[in-house]
Design a protein around this ligand. Structure first.
Ligand SMILES: Nc1ncnc2c1ncn2[C@@H]1O[C@H](COP(=O)(O)OP(=O)(O)OP(=O)(O)O)[C@@H](O)[C@H]1O
Ligand SMILES: Nc1ccn([C@@H]2O[C@H](COP(=O)(O)O)[C@@H](O)[C@H]2O)c(=O)n1
Ligand SMILES: [Mg+2]
Length: 212
């Protein structure tokens, strides 16, 4: 997305569909419940299909670490399992997109609620970028809870109290976004309860079609 210019103001994103090299920008949203395996499978997709993986959660956690003025607000929201205002998250995504030099993006954990979706769409409408497809990692709460409690990555939100809050936000705010894209025929549902390599076989079949 080399020709997308943003003068630190989301309203001033230049209207362009293609990069300066004339290549098409591909955006794939990666959605699913907490612990469904989005990050794990994105790592596999990057290795096999040349996408840049942008995890909204990872970008927000990096923003906390950077000591930014929004850090405390973001940290408090993550601890409570709440969704950070889209304005903040989209700025981080835009910066990462610009810095990547790539044209193919997996946007993981975004849009997470209606406000995320509507804000993103109002910006990308200018760019005429629409998500190619939405990968939906579908997994039971029981399995996701087990995975999160065993993740051991030192995440402040991987405790049972916050996990329950994240599940509630997922059911109430994130699933409707998946349904929205489902109504547009964009959702590719994946049975994420299976072992990692089996899930990736299903993912691979989808990407082979996208890249065809
Ligand atoms: N198919 C799978 N079977 C068993 N364990 C898995 C599977 N996929 C991922 N895991 C493990 O579950 C944990 C959560 O996976 P991951 O971090 O990829 O989930 P996520 O969807 O990105 O979660 P979050 O939304 O919290 O970031 C990790 O410890 C990972 O190794
Ligand atoms: N669009 C988003 C994505 C994430 N968050 C916050 O980060 C937390 C962790 O997200 P993961 O995808 O890494 O699980 C999430 O619970 C939210 O608090 C957000 O606000 N907006
Ligand atoms: Mg993740």
């Amino acid at each position: 997305m080399g020709s997308v210019t943003d003068t630190a103001n989301m309203g001033s994103v230049t209207d362009t569909t293609n990069t300066e090299s004339g290549k098409k920008v591909t955006v794939i949203f990666v959605l699913g419940g907490p612990g469904s395996g989005k990050g794990t499978q994105c790592t596999n997709i990057v290795q096999n299909f040349g996408y840049t993986h942008l995890s909204a959660g990872d970008l927000l956690r990096a923003e906390i670490k950077s000591g930014s003025e929004n850090g405390t607000m973001i940290q408090n929201m993550i601890k409570e399992g709440k969704i950070v205002p889209a304005e903040v998250t989209i700025k981080l995504l835009q910066k990462a997109i610009q810095e990547s030099g790539n044209e193919k993006f997996l946007i993981d954990g975004f849009p997470r609620n209606e406000e995320n979706r509507a804000s993103f769409e109002s910006i990308v409408r200018l760019l005429r970028i629409v998500p190619e497809i939405v990968l939906f990692f579908d997994c039971s709460e029981e399995e996701m809870e087990k995975r999160l409690l065993n993740r051991n990555q030192g995440r402040e939100d991987d405790n049972i109290e916050t996990i329950r809050k994240r599940f509630k936000v997922y059911m109430e705010s994130s699933l409707p976004v998946i349904q929205y894209y489902g109504n547009l025929g964009k959702v590719r549902r994946i049975d994420a309860a299976k072992p990692i390599d089996v899930v990736f076989e299903e993912v691979k079949a989808i990407f082979e079609k996208v890249d065809a």
